[in-house]
Design a protein around this ligand. Structure first.
Ligand SMILES: CC(C)(COP(=O)(O)OP(=O)(O)OC[C@H]1O[C@@H](n2cnc3c(N)ncnc32)[C@H](O)[C@@H]1O)[C@@H](O)C(=O)NCCC(=O)NCCS
Ligand SMILES: Nc1ncnc2c1ncn2[C@@H]1O[C@H](COP(=O)(O)OP(=O)(O)OP(=O)(O)O)[C@@H](O)[C@H]1O
Length: 202
């Protein structure tokens, strides 16, 4: 039987990848939109040439790969450039996601995406799990992970759906304001619940 799809979302640094990793350890197939966003700009893919034509070849590293840190600095300082990039990449990312979800063979599969709500990717899912953390903790964890400054993380948060908007779309909420052992315990609790669902519904 084809698995039903759980959408797993949350803002930058909320703990989506940490939660997804544990769902993966429990045998659940996960597809991460951030990975799909990397595949579509690999050297040789048409999107990378379009980005280089638009931003200039200084957006490429000497080995021809996309300079992600440089593009990150540009797009989060300039909403118009961010929208240009999204219009180019989101349809391609969506195609990659559909292809990869189609290969899933676990009882349910997970689409992990920071922009599940904003990009309309939630339409590919039957149920939405939001990883929710207070904004200050989000900033603290994202800064520690990425080595970015606070202003850039706050600019990224400003480009994402608000906490309230995301929670409005949530069927389930995982509050990730404790340690990683707690997060894993919550993932296990949710996993057992999800195994009882048919098509994502009780
Ligand atoms: C700007 C880019 C090159 C920065 O790359 P970098 O390796 O530094 O970050 P990475 O891709 O791992 O993203 C880190 C986090 O930034 C946030 N983020 C990324 N893109 C966006 C965006 N368009 N709007 C809001 N937040 C975003 C997410 O929380 C994401 O998890 C990259 O994020 C990108 O190509 N973004 C546009 C495509 C996109 O929207 N991706 C999000 C998944 S659909
Ligand atoms: N409960 C927790 N306790 C301590 N550290 C945590 C916890 N949850 C996540 N982290 C850490 O916080 C950082 C951000 O988590 P993670 O990378 O999973 O976030 P994310 O939602 O996937 O972010 P992004 O949108 O940027 O991809 C990571 O370094 C992760 O190990």
């Amino acid at each position: 039987m084809k698995p039903w799809i759980l959408g797993l979302t949350g803002g930058i640094g909320s703990g989506k990848s940490a939660a997804a990793q544990h769902f993966g350890e429990l045998g659940i197939h996960t597809v991460d939109a951030d990975y799909a966003a990397r595949w579509v700009v690999e050297p040789g893919r048409p999107a990378l040439a379009k980005i280089a034509a638009h931003f200039g070849t200084t957006i490429l590293l000497p080995d021809g790969q996309l300079d992600r840190a440089a593009l990150r600095a540009q797009v989060f300082a300039n909403p118009e450039e961010r929208r240009w990039l999204e219009q180019l990449l989101h349809p391609l990312i969506r195609q990659e996601i559909i292809e990869h979800l189609g290969r899933a063979q676990s009882p349910y599969a997970i689409l992990v995406s920071p922009l599940l709500i904003e990009s309309g990717q939630y339409q590919l899912t039957q149920r939405v799990l939001v990883v929710d953390v207070p904004e200050d903790l989000q900033v603290q964890r994202a800064m520690a992970r990425d080595g970015s400054d606070e202003a850039q993380i706050r600019a990224i948060i400003a480009a994402q759906a608000s906490r309230e908007e995301r929670l409005r779309h949530a069927d389930d909420v995982l509050v990730n304001d404790r340690d990683l052992a707690w997060l894993q315990g919550e993932v296990e609790r949710l996993h057992h619940f999800y195994l009882t669902l048919r098509g994502g519904q009780p």
